[in-house]
Design a binder for this molecule. Sequence first.
Ligand SMILES: Nc1ncnc2c1ncn2[C@@H]1O[C@H](COP(=O)(O)OP(=O)(O)OP(=O)(O)O)[C@@H](O)[C@H]1O
Length: 331
Amino acid sequence: MHEAIKVSNVSKVFSRGYLRKSHKLVLSGIDLKITEGDRLVIVGESGMGKTTLARIMADLEWPTEGQVLWFGQDIGRMSKKEKRLLRGSVQYVHQDPYSSLHPAKTIFNIVADPLRYAHGLKSKDLRKRVKELMEMVGLTPAEYFFNKYPHHLSGGGRQRLAIARALTTEPRVIIADEPISMIDMSLRASIIKLFKDLNDQYNIAVVLVLHDIGAAKYFTYEKGEVAILYGGKIVEKGEGTKVLDNPLHPYTRVLINSSPVADPELARNRQVEQLRSYAVPIRTPDSKGCPFAHACNYYIEKCLERDPQLVPVEQNHEIACHVFCNRDGVI
Ligand SMILES: Nc1ncnc2c1ncn2[C@@H]1O[C@H](COP(=O)(O)OP(=O)(O)OP(=O)(O)O)[C@@H](O)[C@H]1O
């Protein structure tokens, strides 16, 4: 299987303030890849760098250091022409379906416009393709929606429309940033199911940014990988079922144990570990040590001094933790 997107040693620093002298390290040393036709979920709480990473993967943001490869080619070294040829192959779906769609355009034109401009489709062919794409995302009967506007749709319907628009370029990868966070609870599973179907039926690689563990499990149950982000670093990554069913990093364990469960009996009896701090770590390029050390109940002196690297603990499962893992495996 070929790599669709590969991120190597990516760091991102945002600079601001007077003379841009204040530097914030938002991502550091990120290595991540998704192969063609696969699934990947990036999980973490708010402020951990998920959106920045997804935007860098989609070439909407540029890394301060490191490389991003699309289908084996370094996008930082591509000419404009080369990039233009590949751009349609990687599509980005925004978090907010309420502001990402033009409110004064009909649903037909939202899907048709990119087909007109990029593929030169007209009249009958255009109508046929718009109908096909709307059916692919479950907006049926498609003709019923043609002359309606985004405000006629629910949040879930709008997200489907945004996905239909993304499909107009026949992408090989879709990157969706928190695609269910602004949608009613009852519709969330159906949107994740839609991404699963696009992956299964059309072999489109899908990267989802999520903070909902239940949704991450549902998406990677059959296949796919999960990367857990904390303080701009990947602290655990690997096969979805391994990471989510057998979490080894102390942050992943807390994240999973504190996610809501439907069974009231289970919820009542569950012991949730309390962290030493719930503050989002603010890191600069000079920060030392593990980003989770200030919150971790198991930290040792070394955690404050040295940044742990990702180490394999079993096949396709890595963690970055001085306490729970060393080069010989899990302690
Ligand atoms: N353009 C920017 N300039 C300065 N700081 C930024 C910029 N974009 C993001 N940040 C900061 O980077 C950090 C990570 O932001 P990011 O949006 O990537 O996190 P996130 O995990 O996606 O959080 P959320 O789920 O809240 O979107 C935050 O502290 C944010 O304030």
